[in-house]
Design a protein around this ligand. Structure first.
Ligand SMILES: [Zn+2]
Length: 183
């Protein structure tokens, strides 16, 4: 179980371990929180000889994080395949990740960029058939438009075990370009 860390304005920053979240609580850096209390962490013994505990929320906003105006999610095959629901966007079939490939719509040999909006998930067979051509040149059709995930979508793609309350927070801010199934 991970805790979703936001900045003060509600922009997602990272998934934290419970230990990392406790450290922020102890340092009094958590300015507000959302979601259900996900767990209670037992701390040390305080001056009255009582064992202290910290109640962790599933979503916490932490101060001291610079506001980000632009967000560029790192491109990786793991997140790309998840963005495209582990389906080849040429033939539409679903595959295991190890047989999927990253296809450059405008091929690199033709100057295509290695960026979210120029890459899609393709099966090895379709990728091989397309070769160094554009879909148009190869007579192939894209089943969906590639897009760069926003920060909320990126957080969703980066974590396979998202709680319902965290999903609700993120999903309300999705761009609506894909209808992902709940994790
Ligand atoms: Zn295919």
């Amino acid at each position: 179980m991970r805790i979703l860390r936001l900045n003060k304005s509600g922009f997602p920053i990272a998934w934290l371990s419970r230990e990392e979240a406790v450290t922020l609580y102890v340092k009094d850096r958590v300015v507000w929180s959302l979601g259900d209390d996900s767990s209670t962490m037992v701390g040390g013994i305080n001056c009255k000889g009582e064992r202290t505990s910290v109640s962790l929320s599933s979503i916490i906003a932490v101060d001291g994080t610079a506001k980000k105006n632009s967000f560029v999610p790192a491109l990786s095959n793991r997140l790309l395949f998840r963005r495209d629901d582990h389906r080849c966007l040429y033939c539409g079939l679903a595959f295991d990740d190890h047989v999927l490939t990253r296809d450059h719509i405008i091929p690199k040999v033709q100057g295509g960029a290695d960026s979210w909006t120029n890459v899609i998930t393709a099966c090895a067979r379709c990728n091989h058939h397309k070769g160094g051509r554009t879909p148009e040149q190869a007579g192939m059709e894209l089943l969906a438009i590639p897009f760069a995930p926003n920060a909320f979508e990126f957080m969703y793609l980066a974590n396979r075990q998202i709680r319902g309350d965290q999903m609700e927070y993120l999903q309300a801010r999705f761009s609506g370009q894909r209808q992902w199934l709940a994790a």
